[in-house]
Design a binder for this molecule. Sequence first.
Ligand SMILES: C[S@@+](CC[C@H](N)C(=O)[O-])C[C@H]1O[C@@H](n2cnc3c(N)ncnc32)[C@H](O)[C@@H]1O
Length: 210
Amino acid sequence: MAGSNGNDLKEHWDNVYSKNPDEKLGWYESDFSSTLNLIHKTALDKAARILNIGAGSTHLVDELLKLGYANLIATDISKTALERLEKRLATDAVKFIVDDLTKPTILNSIEAVDLWIDRAVLHFFTKKEEQDIYFDLLKELVKKGGFVLLAEFSLDGATVCSGLPVFRYSEEMFIERLGADFQLIDSFSHTYIMPSGAKRPYIYTLFKRS
Ligand SMILES: C[S@@+](CC[C@H](N)C(=O)[O-])C[C@H]1O[C@@H](n2cnc3c(N)ncnc32)[C@H](O)[C@@H]1O
């Protein structure tokens, strides 16, 4: 299992992606309706700059392309995952950035975005320092009038994912972390069913920056 060192973590995630086809990953999904319903509520146009945080090899990016979104960025600590995604998509409409969200070296100097999407990434940051860096980066990168979509394990969710401890969230915790600049647009619970059949309760939220 990975330790707290960044290289160990990178190795951990690269190994997980090397050893498993997408359909076997414990977070694989083929039904994106929860996320897409929230994206629909943003009413952003198809040229909107959308940043998928900790994208891994998610098929959400394929769905967004099918819907006509043409200015996407997928970022992850795992080069293996992003290479798989890049090969599958084979398009210029997506940029790929390998970076560590808790020690960003590239992400902190990219252009601001209209939408920040995070499913199942933030909850891996169990230390306050890591969470602070994450929310500082988010506040640096999301435009005024832009949106933040956060989908993480809820308070009644699992305590471990991919062999790593997780920090669980409620709507109120997101509100507190984001601060007064971000208005809650929508929030709901969603139970994700893993490929193994196990249930994983999530909290989905959409915020708009004023
Ligand atoms: C549970 S997976 C979710 C992947 C994707 N969001 C999805 O819904 O399919 C967590 C992802 O977060 C990435 N990740 C974990 N720690 C990270 C970090 N410090 N910086 C960037 N990405 C990270 C992992 O490589 C992995 O792809």
